[in-house]
Design a protein around this ligand. Sequence first.
Ligand code: HEM
Length: 361
Amino acid sequence: MKHPPIHYSDYLGLEKLLSAQNPRSAQYGKLVHDEMLFITVHQAYELWFKQILFELDSVIKVFSEPSVDDREIALAVSHLQRIVEIQKLIIGQIDILETMTPMDFLEFRDFLFPASGFQSHQWRLLETKLGLKLQHRQHFNDEAFFKVLKPEHQQQIQQAMQSPSLFDLVEAWLERTPFLKMAGFDFWQTYKNAVLEYLQVEQSFVEKNSRLSPTEKEKTLQQLQMGRDTFQKFFEKKEYEAMQAQGQFRISAAALHAALFIQIYRSEPALQLPFQLISRLLDIDEKMTEWRYRHALMVQRMLGKKIGTGGSSGYDYLKSATEKHKVFSDLFSLSTFLIPRSRIPELPEEVRKKMHYQYGS
Ligand code: HEM
């Protein structure tokens, strides 16, 4: 036989794995029944975090290449999809932990002080590798978040912080998107005209609408003007940079334009995979947010207003982090700039041809 036989138990390292559930309550005298569940659920999370990081690293590797091969993008999309499926599963694990009541939790909570999920280095790696930057984090004291990690893990985080994240790599890849300016076609200028035309039509529709009261009319026209202002800012480089400086957008204008282009013309063959990629990034960010929110609610249910074992204010800290720790918010904001399908400018035939599959000669 080419490879020696192996037993199921040895292959999976079960001896080690199954001897790693050691409730502290038992060590201190009397086992508290629910501590076993608490440990198992956390360990299951850490195993899934490991798998998510494994998939994420493979995606990061693909996008680290100076020129990304289409076949590799298809693989990256499938790995991102796998991450989304794992996220769905781990969000569901909160339900299992919530079968433990706050009183059951209090029975053993003191034994684990000051241990906290706040010290989960895999969670911090995941956030960092996705693209959460230090300056965008919610802090609850003056200490950098990674200071509570073990020294070897701090090193890993530092390394991840110094390397391009998925956000950085996807941004650079989007910036390289061809087709936006080609054969006399300028997507940005064409789209701008279409948007302004759309707003103009909307405005005359409101002005002619005799069913609106003067106050309602004025209010609607003001809203339209606000919409136009936002659009203008989006189109003008300086205005966009000002919004970036105020923290309203993190992604570069060029990458955002490309993402919008992909969103709008997603049925063109060359854009189908990029569209799927963007959609999976949105899914992952949405699931991260969902997990954070579910975790925060669970914490409120277990602790009320008590502070966390890691020293934070507990629920309040976690609730603010839920909003603040989103990575791909800019891609969500794209919907603000969409106009009805019927008003989308047609692509010139020459550009469309370049985006189509070419068979034979
Ligand atoms: C009874 C259940 C739980 C309670 C009461 C709880 C409580 C808390 C609290 C209060 C914090 C804020 C930091 C602190 O002051 O300690 C926190 C953070 C955290 N917990 Fe939990 N937790 C629970 C279950 C879990 C589970 C099952 C996981 C899965 C790994 C987890 C992962 C995390 C992570 C990753 C953080 C850091 C979040 C951030 O800083 O954005 N927690 N937890």
